[in-house]
Design a protein around this ligand. Structure first.
Ligand code: NCD
Ligand code: ZN
Length: 349
């Protein structure tokens, strides 16, 4: 019989961009209403490069969470030369800083402070390995000689394989994986897991480019082929504990995205969970969705499972969905690639 009700442990978002100021206050409710916790990325205009900056950013976020809402922000630090072994040791004992994020310089939004030569950071990786601090990686090379669709694959071959061989006990999350190659790599190596986004599970590069350009689907790492998308879907619906949800929800106002040089990033937190439920349902895998969105990430980050549960209901007619949110700087489009969406959070009915 068709399932029309889903009761699951409250999900977590293991990769989100909340920004600052007005945009933060506009996007944050979609995260604290839909997720029990979220790992907040550090690529602000002034990157979060040390514990003190992370604590200030954390306080700014917490100030905006209404009393009565149970939501935990987990923070990240931006890996730069300013980090040292002492700071890493302090991160290992920190209450809410859960990972250090490595951006290759120039790979994506606000990555100018990112790294150029990974070998320079080996002493810090050694400290992270020793102190059991998690390394979160944007896995793309930025070499202009490498085709944009190959950048993840080449990163895995040229950079990640070496890091793993040199630091076999370093715990790594390869963020927002996009390809069948990445899925294969993650499955093969221990101590490395991966986040997968909604958009990489739901759209491919043909949809983005073949019937008129869709800047709203432009993100880093760029969407890959249908074959890659299906490999990601298989990884997510399998329930394999190495794969978990990181929406990579990354708001940019429409005027900056739908522009001559539009920026990378897709705002997906408002409809992320209903879309995923529908995807898992279409693949006959609803029984595994809790692993992908609620359990596997917590297990990797060594946290006890959520206690709160949430309920979703399937409507008989497609629901009206939010299309945009308003901010001082303009509208931000909400990701929804499906023609019809039927699932809704129970208390929103
Ligand atoms: C992100 C952003 O806008 O901050 N953009 C994106 O396309 N994913 C940064 C990132 O995670 O690469
Ligand atoms: Zn991101």
């Amino acid at each position: 019989m068709e399932k029309t009700y889903l009761d699951i442990l409250k999900p977590d978002d293991w990769h989100v961009h909340l920004r600052e100021g007005d945009i933060l206050s506009r996007v944050l409710p979609f995260t604290y209403n839909n997720f029990g916790s979220a790992l907040v990325m550090p690529n602000l205009d002034n990157p979060v490069t040390n514990i003190s900056l992370a604590e200030t950013y954390y306080a700014e976020i917490c100030r905006q969470i209404p009393k009565g809402i149970k939501f935990t922000p987990h923070m990240t630090l931006y890996l730069t030369n300013y980090l040292n072994k002492d700071e890493i040791k302090r991160v290992s004992n920190h209450q809410y800083i859960k990972a250090i994020k490595m951006y290759p310089k120039g790979a994506t939004t606000n990555s100018d402070s990112g790294i150029s030569n990974v070998i320079e950071f080996y002493p810090l990786f050694e400290a992270m390995e020793k102190n059991e601090v998690i390394l979160s990686i944007h896995g793309e090379v930025t070499d202009e000689n490498v085709d944009v669709f190959e950048r993840e694959k080449i990163f895995i071959e040229r950079v990640l394989t070496k890091v793993i061989n040199n630091f076999p006990n370093l715990r790594i999350v390869l963020e927002h994986i996009t390809s069948a190659d990445a899925v294969r790599f993650i499955k093969k190596h221990k101590n490395i897991s991966a986040t997968i986004t909604n958009h990489h599970l739901m759209v491919n590069r043909n949809i983005m480019l073949s019937k008129g350009i869709r800047p709203d689907f432009y993100c880093a790492p760029i969407l890959k082929t249908e074959h890659d998308r299906l490999a990601l879907v298989q990884a997510a619906i399998s329930g394999n504990c190495k794969f978990f949800l990181g929406t990579d929800s990354a708001p940019h106002v429409n005027s900056k995205k739908i522009a001559a040089c539009g920026c990378a990033g897709i705002f997906s937190s408002p409809l992320a969970i209903p879309l995923l439920i529908q995807l898992f349902e279409e693949h006959g895998s609803l029984s595994n969705i809790e692993k992908f969105i609620s359990k596997n990430g917590r297990e990797f980050y060594g946290m006890k499972q959520q206690e709160e549960r949430v309920q979703y209901i399937k409507k008989s007619k497609s629901i009206n969905t939010i299309k945009n949110i308003e901010t001082i700087e303009g509208k931000i489009a909400v990701f929804n690639p499906f023609k019809d969406l039927y699932w809704e959070k129970a208390n929103e009915v």
